[in-house]
Design a protein around this ligand. Structure first.
Ligand code: DQA
Length: 138
């Protein structure tokens, strides 16, 4: 069974309450339950932290044994060379995921330090972005 970890970065613990017009009204915990039902062939795990170093620790922890990582690094996407280096350091393929279409938003969201280190990016499909990224591991 393929093991896949979904990592959410800062402020994504507030999904459901945070700017619902941008990110929707569903909590990630509720969405994660539907993902598990949709992808019974995967062992899916979920990790969220608001702390950059803890995200890096988690990438190191699973990055040589899991079959895939989906990462939505939130605003660290646009600032973190350290997370990009962590993604480059591991062997597990990583897909960058965003709920909103970052390219239709403020200019500072148009650049990602992570994209070039990732296998692929899925952007702008709402929470469905995670499901589309998981499809690629089927
Ligand atoms: C986000 C987009 C980022 O610009 C923002 O800082 C987030 C969420 C998204 O999923 O759309 O926190 O990664």
């Amino acid at each position: 069974m393929k093991k896949i970890l979904i990592i959410n970065g800062p402020n994504l613990n507030l999904l459901g309450k945070r700017e619902p017009e941008v990110y929707g009204t569903l909590t990630f915990e509720a969405y994660f339950e539907t993902l598990k039902l949709k992808f019974p062939e995967f062992q899916l795990e979920y990790y969220q932290s608001n702390v950059e170093g803890l995200l890096i620790d988690k990438i190191h922890e699973v990055g040589f044994s899991f079959d895939g990582i989906l990462i939505n690094a939130g605003a660290y996407t646009h600032t973190s060379i350290a997370i990009a280096d962590a993604i480059r350091a591991i062997t597990t393929p990583v897909i960058e995921v965003h709920i909103s279409n970052v390219f239709s938003r403020e200019e500072f969201r148009h650049h990602s330090f992570l994209s070039a280190a990732c296998k692929a990016c899925i952007v702008g499909f709402g929470l469905h972005s995670y499901s589309l990224a998981l499809e690629s591991f089927r």
